[in-house]
Design a protein around this ligand. Structure first.
Ligand code: LR7
Ligand code: MN
Length: 619
């Protein structure tokens, strides 16, 4: 092999070692006099060799750093927030309900606007091989806004060295919006063969559509982007270089945020603060600081580092390698979980994932999903994303770890995930490593945040004692307020002033609020979701990703304490059915009139403190 690893130019060393005037002068020099870079490059090779860090053979490395962009000064230029005139505000909010993105704002911003360079200062001084593999940038889309989609393409064309950009491949996942038909065909002709468009004949979902893109692509590397991105300065070579070094490495850019309302471009992480992708046991994607084990070995803040997983949308992988891994599991539906499937597959079957700080890409985070899953969702019962997770877990986790997933998502056990035997056969055929190996060698920092889960003692709806409330007119005639009171006896009804309401059993419910907030009660609906409560063997009461705690004010939905799985609760299942807060020494009570929850001195006789767990069956 000629070049085993790409190398850095000497300037990096200088910037790091001699902070101050010298660094500034050299930084300027590199921008103003591209000719100086050759001399520095050779010197860089010597420095690198001396450090034994980088193996460099041959002379062909380049910096690929473009000159500073011209400031045009239009709306949103420089990545600044753009506000609509009063007259257009209404139209703007309507487009937000349709696209999840303010398309009126987007339409007023230039397709080729300049954005702020959010990279670490070192990034301008890295050098990469001149014969990097070529990339097909694959953008799948379903009913996206025209200008955000096209701005994505413009940014790729404008900010990629043309010799490495084989093409931009747009794959239309059966959109029905008019601008994405002929106007799109017409618009892309300006780029000739460089931008191609293929269209699905029916809705396939983003996961399968990406596979269509990979099959159709002509570049060595497929580089996926969402349809509402703007790539940043010199984003491409740093993503291709690790793949050049080893085609079993997939690379992930650092994702910046683009505001869905103002199109302000701003980093989620500042330059030099490095995070990597992990997950919690319900398979929610998370990011965490680089663990000290990795930090210690890093020479530069800007160098790529290994990561267990990625957010899903933006990454580069050798095309043939991707296809040789079966691309994505074809059993995955529409949206979600594919990021884990690919990550576990890559890692466990001998590849690796690197996050690349010098490659920054902006992504518009939408407040909600502006599309539905169409017919694809109707065919499958049960929450489709959880079905995807289950396929991934059943394929890649060892038994011990599968239990953590089912502890956190008890209903998933009952979902029909289809057949994964082909996936398991491939895992066998490729001789892939165990999940234990992955946890020990790759995601070792994850358990520090999300430790192994103790078993659930109970899970399901947490119901207040049934029939304990009676509608009571307080002895008055109509018109009077009817309120619920504890029933006075068993035999009420008829013309007495109390009417037992059998439906008054209520269930503990997050009320759709996000933590921190108060828990409430609502009519038991049997679907789980906000009413699916779990009590584990260490006294933690959980609902979804969150925990339930209490104080003098009430019963609260809180963030679970990171790194812990215990809790303050003790439930008396056998006798009194009270839920005791051990630290405070009081029990959960439901006020019979206001339906407010609070902690009260435990009163085993009183029904309004009695709770029962009722298992939920999938609907
Ligand atoms: O049926 C569909 N068909 C499609 O072609 C649904 C969607 N799509 C397209 C859509 O137009 C878009 O271009 O697929 C792309 C991704 O869909 P988004 O933008 O609605 O997804 P997201 O940004 O909300 O979600 C993240 O998780 C997804 C899980 O399957 C995908 O992996 C997305 O690519 C991913 N996005 C990112 O990782 C960007 C970073 C943000 C985060 C986290
Ligand atoms: Mn997206």
């Amino acid at each position: 092999m000629r070049i085993l690893q790409y190398r850095r130019g000497r300037l990096v060393k200088v910037v790091v070692a001699v902070v101050g005037v010298v660094a500034v002068v050299l930084l300027l020099a590199s921008h103003l006099h591209p000719a100086t870079s050759h001399a520095l490059r050779s010197a860089g090779a010597l420095v690198s060799k001396a450090k034994q860090k980088v193996t460099y053979v041959g002379d062909k490395a380049g910096n690929f750093e473009p000159p500073p962009a011209a400031h045009k000064g239009g709306p949103g230029e420089g990545g600044k927030a753009h506000q609509l005139s009063a007259a257009k505000q209404n139209e703007g909010s309507m487009s937000v309900s349709e696209y999840g993105i303010n398309m009126v704002v987007s339409d007023e911003i230039a397709m080729d606007r300049d954005i702020s360079d959010t990279r670490h200062a070192e990034c301008a001084h890295w050098e990469y091989p001149e014969d990097l593999p070529t990339a097909s940038v694959v953008i799948v889309f379903h009913n996206e806004g025209f200008s955000t989609l096209m701005r994505t393409v413009h940014s790729v064309i404008d900010r990629s060295p043309p010799q490495f950009l084989k093409e931009v491949l747009l794959v239309d996942d059966y959109s029905d919006k008019a601008p994405l038909k002929e106007p799109l065909d017409d618009y892309i002709t300006r780029w000739g063969d460089k931008v191609r468009l293929v269209r699905n004949k029916e809705r396939a979902g983003l996961i399968r559509t990406r596979v269509v893109g990979a099959e159709e692509a002509r570049g060595d590397v497929v580089l996926f982007l969402d349809a509402h991105c703007e790539v940043n300065k010199n984003w491409l070579p740093p993503l291709l270089a690790p793949i050049y070094r080893d085609r079993h490495t997939m690379t992930v850019p650092v994702i910046d945020g683009i505001d869905h309302n103002t199109f302000e471009y701003r980093p989620v992480y500042g330059a030099g603060s490095n995070f990597r992708g992990i997950f919690e046991w319900g398979m929610l994607y998370k990011e965490t600081e680089l663990p000290p084990e990795i930090e210690r070995t890093r020479e530069h803040q800007s160098e790529p580092y290994k990561a267990p997983t990625h957010a899903g949308g933006l990454f580069a992988i050798n095309r043939e390698y991707f296809l040789s891994l079966g691309a994505y599991d074809p059993g995955l539906l529409v949206w979600g979980g594919e990021n884990f499937e690919l990550s576990f597959k890559v890692w466990q079957c001998g590849g690796s994932i690197e996050w690349v700080p010098c490659s920054r890409v902006g992504h518009v985070y939408r407040g909600f999903m502006p599309y539905n899953f169409g017919k694809l969702a109707e065919k499958k019962k049960g929450p489709l994303i959880t079905i995807n997770y289950k396929r991934v877990v059943e394929t890649w986790f060892d038994d011990k770890y599968k239990e953590y997933f089912y502890t956190r998502e008890p209903l998933a056990r009952y979902l029909d995930m289809g057949d994964v035997s082909k996936q398991l056969a491939m895992k066998e055929r490729l001789g892939c490593k165990s999940f234990q190996w992955f946890m020990e060698n790759v995601a070792y920092d994850m358990l520090r945040k999300y430790p192994e889960l103790p078993k659930n003692l109970h899970w399901g709806e947490l119901r207040s004692a049934k029939g304990d409330y009676c509608w009571d007119m307080g002895g008055q005639d109509a018109p009077a307020r009817v309120e619920a009171y504890p029933c006075m006896g068993d035999d009420v009804g008829g013309d007495t002033s109390q009417l037992r309401n059998a439906a008054t059993s209520r269930c503990l419910d997050t009320m759709g609020h996000s933590a921190p907030s108060f828990m409430g009660v609502a009519h038991c609906h049997g679907f789980g979701n906000n009413q699916l409560i779990r009590l584990n063997a260490q006294g933690q009461l959980g609902v979804g990703e969150r925990c339930i705690d209490a104080d003098g004010q009430g019963i609260k939905l809180v963030f679970c304490r990171i790194g812990t799985v215990d809790g303050p609760w003790q439930y008396d299942e056998k006798q009194n059915h009270v839920m005791l807060h051990k630290r405070i020494g009081k029990c959960v009570a439901l006020h019979p009139q206001t339906f407010q929850l609070s902690l009260m001195p435990c009163d085993p006789i009183n029904n309004y403190q009695k709770w029962t767990f009722k298992k939920i069956t999938p609907k």
